[in-house]
Design a protein around this ligand. Structure first.
Ligand SMILES: [Mg+2]
Length: 430
């Protein structure tokens, strides 16, 4: 069985105005859907970022994969590296740390690796979790991912024309700009999905306001683990102060400050573990990051750690160092959720609920039957491969969104500046 055709389809889906330390989410989130077709209707699926520079690299790599055996992911890696050379493609938002040619290669490789594993599952009749060592859990827990947010995307000053039109429907989540709004959002998400842990995306308001939100969450949900992630918006000094003031409240504090040396300094004084998806983001970061004791938890993300097997390798390295493993998320669709679920099922090291943006999709997807989150977890499918299949009509609709919207690269900062011309991205800000 060989790969006969590689199809990369960019899609766009409505994204609510979620705030972070880089700015605010644009009205459309971009993704690329990867299909590896082997004939007889057999298709392997992958999903990744849809930004134009990444798309160009995906297409260049995809063109070299015809004829590849889907079990030969070592050859896949060599072909991707050969076609990329030393190419680098940084993100503008910088929410997943600095880029490098190594990270770019892993990021381009990842959706093809996931699609190959999906094919391997179909060819062997086994779920991907079995190919990763077998299930250690039947259900993979996810956390409620809270955001400060505006009620709707503002329409003043004509942003609709700048982004190619606003999405047709508003999201069901009202504005959340203070502790009461954050608690209400948590209730809404927990009522609908049953989440058993809570993460707040911070770095938006001065730290004392975000500490107040954490205290309000603790009062409203006394038994649920809490996390706070300001995306490196704080200095070392501010981070240490917040860490001390939130002692006993947080299961971990995520990326309070930029860079491995700064994180190491905060880690020495913080009473809780520090987690990261910003300072240890590729293999080259592991020796300095772990060696300096900068992090107690790594938020793995198969989209840039090079797919599911390499994410499992990362978890094994974390185990050796006594570092915990959690899972990071950017805005995504159901193929990514299925991949995270299969990986989460097979990772003994995953002892925290994973992040997911799934509720913020507001039900939009490219799948026939997206895996549901119930009771705060996704039940791992026993069907072959990832356990999901494409809804071709939905894929066509989301591709049409992409063609209509003017966004070609995620840029939270520029979008926020449409409404607040003085806004700048600063890390640290406080
Ligand atoms: Mg983070």
């Amino acid at each position: 069985m060989r790969i006969r055709e590689v199809v990369v389809t960019p899609v766009a889906f409505p994204d609510p105005p979620l705030l972070n330390s880089a700015g605010v989410h644009q009205p459309w989130a971009l993704r690329a859907i990867v299909e590896l077709r082997c004939g007889d209707g057999l298709v392997g699926l992958g999903e990744t970022y849809g930004d134009a520079p990444h798309l160009e690299l995906l297409r260049a790599a995809g063109a070299t994969l015809v004829g590849l055996d889907p079990f030969d992911t070592n050859r896949l890696w060599r072909r991707v590296c050969r076609v990329l050379g030393g190419a680098d493609s940084p993100d503008r938002h910088g929410l997943t740390g600095d880029s490098s040619p190594q990270k770019t290669a892993l990021r381009v490789f990842a959706p093809f690796e996931v699609a190959c594993l999906d094919l391997q599952g179909h060819l062997t009749g086994r779920p991907v979790a079995d190919l990763l060592g077998g299930k250690v859990r039947e259900r993979v827990p996810f956390s409620a991912y809270l955001f400060y947010k505006w009620a709707v995307h503002p329409t003043a000053d004509g942003p609709a024309s700048l982004v190619g039109g606003l999405p047709p429907v508003d999201d069901p989540y009202p504005a959340a700009l203070d502790p009461a709004g954050i608690v209400a959002q948590a209730r809404q998400l927990i009522d609908e999905y049953g989440f058993g842990s809570i993460k707040l995306k911070g770095g938006v308001f001065p730290p004392d306001e975000e500490i107040a939100a954490i205290r309000a969450l603790r009062e409203a949900f006394p038994d649920l683990p809490l996390r706070l992630d300001p995306n490196a918006a704080w200095s070392v000094e501010t981070s240490v102060r917040v860490a001390r003031e939130t002692e006993g409240l947080l299961e971990y504090l995520e990326d309070p400050t930029p860079g491995i040396p700064g994180m190491a300094e905060v880690a020495k004084a913080a009473p809780m573990p520090l987690a990261t998806n910003m300072c240890v983001v590729s293999p080259a970061d592991i020796p300095p990051g772990f060696g300096q004791g900068a992090v107690g938890v790594v938020l793995s993300d198969h989209h840039y750690w090079g797919g599911l097997r390499r994410s499992a390798e990362l978890a094994a390295i974390c185990r050796t160092w006594g570092v915990g493993v959690s899972m990071h998320s950017n805005s995504h669709l159901g193929i990514s959720l299925a991949a995270m679920t299969q990986l989460g099922a097979a990772l003994p090291e995953l002892t925290y609920a994973a992040d997911t943006h799934t509720p913020w999709q507001c039900g939009v997807d490219v799948l026939e039957r997206p895996l549901p989150i119930t009771g705060g977890a996704v039940t791992v499918p026993d069907t072959p491969g990832l356990g999901v299949s494409l809804d071709r009509d939905a894929l066509a609709r989301l591709h049409e969104n992409y063609l209509r919207c003017a966004i070609r690269e995620r840029d939270d900062t520029s979008y926020r500046r449409i409404f607040e011309p003085e806004y700048t991205k600063r890390r640290p800000r406080w």
